[in-house]
Design a protein around this ligand. Sequence first.
Ligand SMILES: *Cc1c(COP(=O)(O)O)cnc(C)c1O
Length: 392
Amino acid sequence: MNDSNTVRRTPWPETGSRPLVTPLQPSVVYVSDDPDALDAQYADGSGYTYAREGHPNAEVLARKIDALEGAEGGFVTGSGMSAVAAMFLGLLKAGDHVIGADQLYGRSLRMMRQDLPRFGIETTLADATDAEAIRAAIRPETRLILVEVISNPTIRVADMEGILAVAREAGVLLAVDNTFTTPRLYQPLLRGADIVLHSVTKLLAGHSDATLGYVAAADPALTARMMEANVTFGLTASPFDCWLAERGLQSFGLRLDRAEANAAALAQALSAVPGVARVIYPTLSGHPDHNRAATVLGGRGGNMLSFEIEGGRAAANALVRAAPDIAFAPTLGDVGTTLSHPASSSHRLVDAEARAAVGISEGFFRVSVGVEPADMLVAEFTAAVDAARTAS
Ligand SMILES: *Cc1c(COP(=O)(O)O)cnc(C)c1O
C-alpha cells in the first residue's frame, strides 16, 4: 500500500472565501520556497518560520491587547509569569538591583526574593502605597521597579503618581503588572510607565481555560530585548491558548463592566451584613486609600474585593461550605465568581505575624466577582456569612 496520499499534506482549498472567525494555526514550522526566500525572510524578519519565534494566533492576540493598552508591538507569552520572566531576563544583568512592591503576586515575590538573587541581581521589597518608601530603596545600580496598581489580596491602591515621579527622577524603569486593574481601570504606558505586563490568564481571557501573559514597553528597543529573551528561553504561548484568549477578549469590556457593577453592589451589601468585620473595595468610603483610588482608578473599583469575617478557620470552612455554587478556587478573573482564602493558599507559607501585619487573618477572603445576577451573589454571600456566624 502506498501511504503518500495520507503522509503528504493536502493543500488548503484556495476558494477566496474569508472566514469570519480567526483561524487557529497550530503549525510549528513554516515552509519556504527556496533558500534565497528563507534567507530574505530571516534578514527582514517578516512572516513566520518557527512557532517558538512567533505565530499568527499570538500576533493577533498581541495586537488586540496593544490596542487596549495604548501599546505598540507588545507580545504574548506562555503565562503571566513568563511575561515577568521575559522582562527580567531581557532587561537585567548580574549586578543590577530591582525594587518590587512588597505585596506583589506570590510568584513574582518569590522571583524577587529567591530567584533573581541566584543570578546576582539584588532586590528590595517596599510598600507601593508610599512613594517615599520606594524612593528610599533606590540605589545607584537600581534598574527597574515592579508594582501592581491594586495589591493582592489586600486591595490597596499604589501611589502611582508618586512612584511615576520617583522612577522618572531616578532614571529607573517602571514596570506595572496590570492584571488586577486591566486597561479598563488603568493604562500604565499612557500614564508614563515604561513597561506594562499582564497575566492574560485572568480577566482578559476570562474563562479559566488559557494560560497566557503579555508584555510591552514604551521603548521598542526594550520590547525587542524582552521578545528575544522570550524566544531564547522558550516562554512562547500556545496557538490554541491564544485563539481561546482572543475569543475571550471579545467580551472583556462587557464582562469587566458587569463584574465591576456586581462587585460594587456586593461590597456595599456585605458591609451591612452582621458578622462581616470589614470589606475592602476601592470605591467604599472606608477604604484606606479611598481618595487616591478615585484619582488612580478614575473613580472605578474593578471586580476584586476582599472581606473579613469574625471567627477563625472553623468559620472560614463553614462559609465556603455554605456557598457550594461559588467556586472556591485560588484564581481570579473568571467569567463566574470565585472565592479564595489567602491564609490557606497564597499566604500559607507566610508566617502568622507577617500575615497579621497586612491584615490577612483566618477570616479573610478575596472575591473575584463575576457576571452573575447581582442579587443572586448578594443572597449567596449573605447566607454564607450567616452560616459562618452560626458555626463559630
Ligand atoms: C496570576 C497572576 C500572575 C501570574 O500569571 P500566570 O498566568 O498564572 O502565570 C502575575 N501577576 C498577577 C497579578 C497575577 O494575578
